[in-house]
Design a protein around this ligand. Structure first.
Ligand code: 5GP
Ligand code: ZN
Length: 114
């Protein structure tokens, strides 16, 4: 756990989040400022600032989890599409420096540009 990392605190349950998925390695929760209904943040529990630091074993487990969440969001929220988005570094738009993937459902009536 990295000092003052908000997503480490969410992973540890020290800061509340609307959690929709959790296992030994990952936690997924609703974004506090959603781009669309169901906008989910998926994080590894072990801190890495971004993809440049992410452990490869953790990385290899990430996409199956993202796919499960995407399918669950589609089934529950009936979105028509979905974006996976992942920012690395301030220049690329990263604002929280704990690796995370955005899972953003898309709806015909709610077209939003990220
Ligand atoms: P980034 O810009 O780093 O790719 O995305 C960071 C995301 O984390 C943003 O969409 C932002 O709304 C979300 N976020 C920041 N702080 C919190 C928080 O305390 N709780 C939750 N649930 N989301 C957060
Ligand atoms: Zn962290």
């Amino acid at each position: 756990m990295k000092d003052n990392c908000i997503f480490c605190k969410i992973a540890a349950g020290e800061i509340p989040s609307y959690t929709i998925y959790e296992d030994d390695d990952f936690k997924a929760f609703m974004d506090i400022s959603p781009a669309s209904k169901g906008h989910t943040i998926l994080i590894p529990k072990v801190h890495a600032d971004n993809l440049f630091e992410l452990d490869e074993t953790v990385a290899s487990k990430l996409l199956p989890v993202a796919a499960r969440i995407a399918k669950a969001l589609k089934a529950e929220l009936h979105c028509e599409g979905l974006n996976l988005l992942q920012n690395n570094g301030e220049i690329a738009g990263q604002t929280v420096f704990h690796f995370h993937m955005h899972i953003i459902p898309r709806y015909e009536v709610d077209k939003v540009v990220v």
